[in-house]
Design a protein around this ligand. Structure first.
Ligand code: UD1
Length: 355
């Protein structure tokens, strides 16, 4: 069996790592195509190096642009790649522009498409990621769902027959890296002289929180007023938007810091009093690490983290302050994201469904 994985943005490299490892272990031919959506070394190369992923076989070098320009450049470039590769499966990951471009190009070339992390929904039609997910799920031949809730969403859209529950591959990586960094000093504690358990880790990058100056000012103002230092691991989008809006990312409790490599992010999260984020991955990683999360959005795709009390949605400055100050949730042994062996299941399911 030959699989072509198409990835382009940071969270996709994390998901690719266990899939690549499981492919190699199963003797499957695995071709990696990097669209180039994320090109800064700290958003890209460092993940391949730290997570043991082979270098991409093909790099499209697409880079930044408006949604149409970025997605269109990927589509144009992928046709030739798929034509040359002719894999048994094109595997697409998550909800980025790279995901929808690869799904659309492959399905029109009559190549079987599998969508990993299928069925997540925010039901927020203003999020570009929501359109990417819905369009990809409806185009794909096989929907690899991470949770029971995702399976339910796919069923309610008439896609039950194409759906298989495999668990969450990000959980596979997280468990491994958590064990590898156990006992390691958090780089933020070491570098910034912070107290372990005496600071928060924050990430803000979504368009709905960064693009409008008043909105970004509200979020950064709330973070700057928190009771402990807040290290903002600043994605290039928030750095660029803050600069153009004239907003400082180091003010009050808020300290801007470059993004971290994945093992450093996990060590830092473990040493924090909580995370404040609009990232999909980090809210779930915090839950799996037993760290309370506050999600700066009005909805989440990872509803289990909220139901179990480890994640609170907070949109206004007042809501953010109150959510961060809340009491620590009760411990839970619920495991809605699987057992850490999802990637092996992915490969098995692809083999079973190969034409
Ligand atoms: C993308 C995904 C989002 C994911 C996020 C993770 C889409 C629509 N969004 O958002 O789902 O959660 O990645 O990080 O696909 N930039 C750089 N260097 C880089 C990459 C980006 O400077 O390596 C800047 C560019 O100026 C670009 C901006 O960041 O305009 C946004 O990048 P883009 O790829 O459009 O989306 P993200 O916000 O990263």
């Amino acid at each position: 069996m030959k699989i072509v994985s198409v990835v382009g943005a940071r969270p996709q490299f994390v998901k690719l790592a266990p899939v690549h490892r499981a492919s190699v272990a199963a003797g499957v031919e695995h071709v990696i195509v990097h669209t180039g959506q994320h090109y800064d070394p700290m958003l890209s190369d460092v993940f391949f190096d730290d997570l043991g992923i082979a270098a991409p076989d093909v790099h499209l070098g697409v880079g930044s642009g408006s949604h149409g320009v970025q997605t269109g450049a990927m589509l144009a470039a992928l046709d030739a790649v798929f034509d040359a590769q002719r894999p048994d499966w094109v595997l697409v990951y998550g909800d980025t522009n790279s995901t929808v471009a690869a799904a659309l190009s492959a399905v029109k070339m009559h190549l079987p498409v599998a969508h990993l992390e299928a069925g997540l929904r925010s039901f927020n039609r203003r999020m570009p990621e929501e359109h990417n997910r819905v369009l990809t799920d409806h185009a794909a031949d096989l929907l690899l769902a991470p949770t029971e809730v995702a399976v339910g969403h796919l069923a309610s859209e008439g896609l039950a027959e194409r759906t298989v529950l495999v668990g969450d591959v990000m959980t596979d990586v997280l468990f491994e890296v958590r064990d590898a960094v156990a006992g390691r000093l958090s780089p933020l504690v070491a570098e910034l002289g912070l107290e372990s358990g005496g600071h928060y880790v924050a990430t803000i990058h979504r368009a709905e929180n960064t693009d409008d100056p008043a909105r970004l000012a509200e979020v950064t103002g709330a973070l700057a007023a928190l009771d402990k230092p807040v290290v903002l691991l600043a994605h290039p989008r928030v750095v660029a938007k803050a600069a153009s809006h004239g907003i400082s990312l180091t003010q009050g409790s808020l300290i801007a810091h470059a993004p971290l490599a994945y093992p450093d992010l996990i060590a830092s999260t473990l040493a924090s009093a909580g995370v404040v984020t609009d990232s999909g991955g980090l809210q779930k990683e915090a839950f799996l690490l037993g760290v309370p999360a506050t999600t700066v959005r009005t909805e989440t795709e990872w509803v289990e983290t909220v139901a179990l009390g480890w994640n609170v949605l907070a949109n206004t400055a007042e809501e953010i302050t109150a959510a961060v100050a809340r009491a620590r949730p009760a411990a839970t042994d619920a495991a809605p994201y699987g057992d850490g062996n999802a990637a092996q299941r992915v490969i098995k399911v692809l083999e079973q469904h190969s034409r």
